[in-house]
Design a binder for this molecule. Structure first.
Ligand code: BDR
Ligand code: CA
Length: 310
C-alpha cells in the first residue's frame, strides 16, 4: 500500500478522485489537503469532509491550505463548471460532521515526507500553491518526497480556461513555475491525456442502479459536470476524468506513457499566463526534467476507474 496525500480543490472530478483513492487497496490515503481553485478553500474543505463521510472514510484527516495564489489576487472560481457548491448542486445544503485538523496543508505534507523518507506519494489536482509552500517551509522536502503526481498543464494541446492555459496552472502560474523547477520527482498528468479519458453519460446508469447515497450523489454531480462539458463542446457526451487519472498513475503507472523533459510556465504574458511549454531537446539553465504523460490507455483506465468507483 502506497501512502498518499491527495491535494484537492473539491470540485466534481476531485470528488471522483477521492472516491477512487479510498476504494483502491494499492494506496493508503493518509490525508486530504485542500486549497482554493474550483471553489474557495473553505468550500473545498467542506466538500472533502462531506465526501469522505459519505464514503465511510471519516477517519481520513483533512488539512486546509492556501486561500489564494502565491502572488496574485483570486477573483474567479469555476462554479460554472462545478456548480455553486462545487459539487453540481448535489450537496443540497448538507454539512459535514467533522472539521479540518489544526495543521495547515503544507505543514502536513512536510511532516509526512519527513516521517517516511522516499515513500510518500502526493497527488496534486488543484493549483500548486500548497506544494510551493511546502517546498518553502522545508528545504529537505524536495528530497524526502517519494513522488508527486500533478494534474495540470497542456504540453501538446490547447488549454481549457484560455486557449493556452489549463485551469490548475492558470490559477497560480507562479506556484507551478516554482514547483516544476524545484527538483521534485514529478509526473505530469495534463490535458494531453486527461481529455482522452471521457466518462460517457451512459455510464452514470451504473451508479444510479447501485442506489447508495454515495452512488446517487456521484451520478447527480457528474450529470451537472457533463452538462458543462456539453456547453463547451456540444456532442461530447461525457466529461474528462482529469483528477482520477492522476490518482490512477499512482495505482498503476502503466496507464500512461511518459517522456522526460523540462517544463516551464509563462507567468508574464498578458494572454498566455499559465501556459506550459516543454522542449524535449533543450534543457534551459540546467532545469530539472519531469515525466510528462503523452499517451494514455484510456479504455483500460476507464474500466479500472468504474470497477473501483461504484
Ligand atoms: C482541472 O481543473 C479543475 O477544474 C479540475 O478539478 C481539474 O483539476 C482540469 O483542468
Ligand atoms: Ca481539481
Amino acid at each position: 500500500m502506497k501512502p498518499m496525500i491527495l491535494d484537492v480543490d473539491t470540485g466534481i472530478d476531485d470528488m471522483m478522485a477521492i472516491a477512487y483513492a479510498t476504494h483502491s487497496p494499492e494506496v493508503k490515503l493518509i490525508g486530504v489537503t485542500t486549497l482554493f481553485g474550483n471553489v474557495t478553500v473553505e468550500e473545498a474543505t467542506r466538500n472533502s469532509l462531506y465526501v469522505l463521510e459519505l464514503l465511510g472514510c471519516e477517519d481520513v484527516p483533512v488539512y486546509a491550505g492556501a486561500d489564494k495564489p502565491l502572488s496574485r489576487n483570486k477573483d474567479a472560481y469555476a462554479k460554472h463548471v462545478h456548480g455553486d457548491d462545487g459539487l453540481g448542486g448535489a450537496l443540497l445544503d448538507a454539512l459535514p460532521k467533522g472539521q479540518a485538523e489544526s495543521l495547515t496543508a503544507p505543514q502536513f505534507m512536510v511532516e509526512q515526507a519527513r516521517r517516511m523518507p522516499g515513500q510518500l506519494s502526493i497527488v496534486s489536482v488543484g493549483p500548486m500553491t500548497n506544494l510551493a509552500e511546502a517546498i518553502r517551509l522545508d528545504p529537505e522536502f524536495v528530497r524526502l518526497v517519494g513522488q508527486v503526481v500533478i494534474m495540470g498543464g497542456a504540453v501538446t494541446v490547447s488549454g481549457n480556461v484560455t486557449p493556452h492555459a489549463e485551469a490548475n496552472i492558470h490559477s497560480d502560474p507562479e506556484a507551478a513555475e516554482f514547483v516544476f523547477g524545484s527538483g521534485l520527482p514529478i509526473k505530469l498528468v495534463g490535458l494531453d491525456v486527461t481529455m482522452k479519458t471521457l466518462l460517457p453519460r451512459t455510464r452514470l446508469r451504473e451508479w444510479r442502479d447501485k442506489g447508495t447515497k454515495m452512488s446517487r450523489f456521484l451520478a447527480d454531480a457528474t450529470d451537472f459536470y457533463i452538462d458543462a462539458y456539453e456547453r463547451f463542446s456540444p456532442g461530447i457526451g461525457g466529461c474528462a476524468l482529469h483528477d482520477p487519472l492522476a490518482v490512477g498513475m499512482v495505482i498503476d503507472p502503466t496507464f500512461c506513457r511518459t517522456e522526460s523533459m523540462p517544463v516551464k510556465v509563462d507567468t508574464e504574458g498578458e494572454h498566455t499566463a499559465g501556459q506550459t511549454y516543454a522542449d524535449r531537446n533543450v534543457v534551459p539553465d540546467g532545469r530539472p526534467s519531469i515525466d510528462v504523460c503523452l499517451e494514455v490507455d484510456a479504455d483500460r483506465f476507464l474500466a479500472h476507474f468504474m470497477s473501483r468507483v461504484v
